[in-house]
Design a binder for this molecule. Structure first.
Ligand SMILES: [Zn+2]
Length: 260
């Protein structure tokens, strides 16, 4: 009953959207990340993005003027991980704050307090447990090339991880997924990456992933959507877990198959 009402309300929100087709096409044209999607998937992603834009509060700070196109761009990238999960996976929080460029965190924080940080390179982003997603527009804009790095996906995947508490690289898994198998394969891959970095090897996966299991999950999710072959080549079991979790298989181009 409640889900019927929710679906009806969501359909109403989508129907009332004032974003023009030209605006969508313009933003899509700047996001090569989305090129692999079918026309049907792009439509589905647009619907999710409309819901995200409606349900979340976007705020530019430090004088940053957030244009409609910027918000649409953030929403489209944020909704890619939930394309086959649904908008309810971003429940329980409201605010998306956007700084013009990398920013200085405003409080003392640690993983244990429920705050996860991302300060690699010049990018800046944070995702707070039950709190906001914070992004730097500079970081969002520089994520456009398909190089395996995507700030928006990184921070929003932390939000998925936080659905069952503090981010720890262990989001709520779907029925049929085996928790022990996820834990074993992610732990083995995480330790392998740490060992390689410690040994001074150059690694395909960004070394930031080796800082904690939460960052490992977020960084590998960036790679999963941008350069899936890179994960499959080094950690194929982790690739399969991510495909099962996101219910998408970017490598085969068969997004949405193999649902569990
Ligand atoms: Zn992070």
């Amino acid at each position: 009953m409640f889900s019927m009402l929710r679906n009806w309300l969501n359909e109403r929100i989508i129907r009332k959207s004032t974003i023009s087709n030209d605006q969508w096409l313009e933003v899509f044209s700047h996001l090569p990340l989305l090129d692999r999607l079918t026309a049907g998937e792009k439509g589905k992603l647009r619907r999710l993005a409309i819901l995200l834009l409606h349900k979340k509060s976007f705020e530019g700070v430090q004088g940053h003027h957030l244009t409609e196109e910027m918000k649409i761009s953030i929403a489209l990238q944020a909704c890619l991980p939930i394309l086959y999960l649904g908008i309810e996976w971003y429940r329980g929080w409201v605010s998306i704050i956007v700084y013009p460029d990398s920013f200085v965190p405003q409080s003392t924080y640690t993983d244990e307090s429920g705050v996860v940080h991302n300060s690699k390179k010049v990018l800046g982003g944070e995702a707070w447990l039950r709190g906001p997603v914070i992004l730097s527009w500079e970081g969002v804009a520089s994520s456009a090339p398909l190089d395996g790095s995507n700030l928006v996906i990184h921070e929003f995947v932390h939000k998925l991880d936080m659905l069952n508490g503090v981010a720890n690289g262990f989001p709520p898994l779907h029925a049929g997924m085996v928790s022990q198998s996820w834990a074993d394969n992610f732990s083995r891959a995480f330790e392998d990456l740490q060992a390689r970095i410690h040994a001074g090897e150059s690694t395909v996966i960004d070394g930031y992933a080796a800082t904690s299991p939460a960052e490992f999950f977020a960084v590998l999710s960036e790679v999963f959507f941008e350069r899936p072959e890179q994960i499959d080549s080094v950690y194929p079991q982790v690739y399969q877990h991510l495909a099962d979790f996101f219910r998408q298989d970017p490598l085969s181009g068969q997004a949405g198959t193999g649902l569990k």
